[in-house]
Design a protein around this ligand. Sequence first.
Ligand code: FE2
Length: 155
Amino acid sequence: MKDFFGIAPQEIKKVVEGLQQAVADTYALYFMTLNGHWNMECKSFISIHEMLETQYEEHAKTGDALAERIRAMGYKVPTSLKIFAEKSTLRSFSEEAGWEEIIQKLVEANESVFLSLRKLSKQAEKNGDDGLVDLLGGIIRQNETFAWKLRSHLN
Ligand SMILES: [Fe+2]
C-alpha cells in the first residue's frame, strides 16, 4: 500500500525520508524561535517578541502540514522530542545568548530549512508530484520571508 498517484515506491520512500527530515527541522526551528521569543533581551523587545510569536505559530502549522503529507503518502511520522532532536541538523543557542546572536542563528536556521526544502522540491518535481511542489513552495516562501524579517533587525 505504498502506491501514490503513480509514483514509484522507491521514489516515494526517498521523498518521505526528506519530509521526515523536514518535520524534525521544522520543530527544531519552532523551539529555537520559542527560545528567542521567551529569552531575548533588547531595546526592541516587544516588536521582536511579537514577530517571533507569529513565526513559531507558523512553524508549528508547517510541521503539521508536512507530517500530514507523509501520512497521505502511506508512511508513519516518527514523533518525539528525542527523535526530532536526534534527526535535526539545527543547533539552538543558549537562553543566555545576546539578541544579535539569537537573530543571526534564527536567520541561519530558516535559511538552512528552505535550502533543503528546495532540494526536496526538485525531487518532487521529478516525480511529477505537483501537490508536494506546491506545499513546499509555500513553506519555502514563508521561511524566506521570516529570514528577511529577522535579518532586517541586524542592519
Ligand atoms: Fe508568548
